[in-house]
Ligand binder design. Sequence first.
Ligand code: 9MR
Length: 363
Amino acid sequence: MRFSLSLLAFAAPLASAQLHALAKKAGLQYFGTASDIVSVAALDKTYAKIISDKREFGQLTPANGQKWFAIEPQENLFNFSYGDVTSKYAKKNKQLLRCHNLVWHSQLADWVLQKTWTKKTLTAALINHVTNEAKHWKGQCYHWDVVNEALEDDGSFRNTTFLHVIGPEYIAIAFKAAHAADPHAKLYYNDYNLERPNAKVDAVINKIVKPLQRQRIPIHGVGMQAHLTASRAPTIDQTIDVMKNFTNLGVECALTELDVRVTDPATPENMAQQKVAFAAATGACVQVKGCVGVTVWDFWDPVSWIPGVFAGQGSGTLFFPNFTRHPAYDGVADALKNGTRKGWSVPHYDGDDEEEQEDEDED
Ligand code: 9MR
């Protein structure tokens, strides 16, 4: 009995995998997930079954494998093996690849921070990094997050080594080099806290997208990371508002790292709040022409980055530790199924109505 119950719990999500299939029907290009695939053999078998199913996830993002520390750990010594695990996996499963990222102040290599630079030498090192990395995955990256998190929440440029030594033009330099190395990849600026109108959204428009466009340097999209908190998530209208501000500039946008954290443990109430937030974000993308897809920042609670960074918070993905689905999974599916209906708004999800799925034994 116990055996068949846990079998049931494991079988349910696999039987009707569907988010990417629903996203395509809703007019999006993909529904995807980030994953930190270090080696395919090391993947949990149930996890592997879900992530390799294209009907569920039609797009993958390497959560860490393409970052500077991994790619160029010493100056001009390149190692693409970590990122290759995910790109090969996506290729094998016929999934789109969102590449992440070329330039970021975090998870950088020590040598970049330690060396004494001039504007000229750091510019050369930046171009060398972007060029070599983008060339390695040339033709494979549907999108590239060229520059990640270059702005503070108040709209000022983040004070990184690149800003400090090169100036804000490091952004244009990176986009130019990425385009030269991989002319068919869609080039994105990617950041968090862009899901409701604020100073950072204005800065993306005025300090990044418009200046690049004025210089005729290709920028094709804005990635809205969407690391949300269930108790204070943006409304669907707020997110639609921002998305339209971006797409009105002639660039596309995407939700690139969606997750919705709660104060652990998961309860019917916080899971209902989370469901609203996931549905609102997804529904906004469905309703805005020019929002091309949604990526969750991994789909399984045990591998989420959230508890490691926000003590006491977590349960931010779509699948519980035992691989049953959060209520939010149905919220996303609802938004994908109904979001195209004019004026669709997120239903009032009531915690008491939710079927809690996490009661099953996890062993
Ligand atoms: O998921 C990534 C995690 O494994 C790393 O430890 C972390 C380091 O900052 O980066 C995580 O991914 C980040 C992404 O690259 C950029 N946006 C924020 C994500 C969560 O921190």
